[in-house]
Ligand binder design. Structure first.
Ligand code: 13P
Length: 300
């Protein structure tokens, strides 16, 4: 029965994509999705803003960043700094508030052994880290991480009580040829394939829609483009988990988020926060993104 349902959905997706080629013409989502998404109860999810420093910062700048950030009111926005591995222990030592999460940008899903250059979750936990980014497009594309490995990483992170931020997103050619939703569908279907009951608490798993064409390019998805893709991601979660579960899961947007575009993106009801690259390197810009997110989400 499930297989049949999957086949029908694939067919619907395929037909919709074929009917709607072209970058600006992607939208509305498949009808099944739209109907359910419009009735989600918003405002129940705690906003979530994560810094992805990528390969940036040194020990001095990382230290002053975390000290300065902790002086500011984060206004009940769950905040994460995903720093390079080598900075994480030092940052954990500076951390005064348990609600400020520290994240790693990568790990290897084995406990220990001959995996030159890699870090296990056990090592990260030992360094005070409890969050990991999985499936970032730079890991997928520059380092060749495939969907199957990412699925294993996701289930391993959950089994080890880490909070994973699982990223999905299409490239420019895929957006232009109208296959955005097919790409997201496939990435999510494979990525989630190794997660089995008992599922983690819905606030212990986070997803991020990061269109590759918007990452580091200064070209942000429009608020409508981001909203529909994020809503699509949540619909896949309904299919995997349940409606009640998916309604509680945070789904972020990432890709050239900055002080100027945060408010319009955060005003969208499905977008629960951001995964921020360049604009997370300076504390005042990052804090402004947190403040604007909090302000918008109070109004939703
Ligand atoms: P930018 O914000 O620099 O575009 O990076 C986004 C990103 O990749 C976050 O993971």
């Amino acid at each position: 029965m499930n297989d049949l349902r999957k086949q029908i959905e694939q067919l619907v997706l395929q037909t919709l994509q074929e009917l709607r080629p072209g970058m600006q013409e992607i939208a509305p989502l498949m009808q099944v999705s739209q109907l359910q998404t419009s009735s989600f109860t918003y405002g129940k999810r705690v906003p979530f803003v994560a810094a992805n420093w990528k390969m940036n910062q040194l020990s001095a700048s990382a230290k002053s960043f975390i000290i300065e950030l902790q002086k500011l009111d984060r206004k009940n926005v769950q905040t994460v700094i995903c720093a390079p591995h080598i900075l994480l222990s030092q940052m954990a030592a500076e951390r005064q508030y348990a609600d400020l999460l520290l994240g790693a940008q990568n790990f290897y899903p084995e406990t220990a052994g001959a995996f030159t250059g890699e870090h296990s979750l056990q090592m990260l936990a030992d360094a005070g880290v409890n969050t990991v980014i999985i499936g970032h497009s730079e890991r997928r594309n520059l380092f060749g991480e495939q969907d199957e490995l990412l699925a294993k990483k996701l289930s391993t992170a959950i089994a080890n009580n880490f909070l994973p931020i699982f990223c999905v997103g299409e490239n420019l050619a895929e957006r232009k040829n109208g296959s955005t939703f097919r790409v997201l569908y496939n990435q999510l279907t494979t990525g989630l394939s190794q997660i089995r009951p008992p599922f983690p608490d819905p606030d212990k798993i986070v997803f991020a829609y990061e269109p590759i064409w918007a990452i580091g390019t200064g070209v942000t998805a429009t608020a409508d483009q981001a909203e529909e893709a994020v809503a699509f991601v949540r619909e896949r979660l309904v299919e995997k988990f349940s409606y009640a579960y998916a309604e509680k899961v945070r789904v972020l947007y990432g890709g050239s988020v900055n002080e100027k575009n945060t408010t319009s993106l955060a005003a969208k009801p499905s977008i629960d926060g951001f995964l921020v690259g360049n604009a997370s390197l300076g504390v005042s810009t990052f804090a402004s993104i947190i403040d604007q997110t909090a302000a918008c989400k109070r109004m939703v």
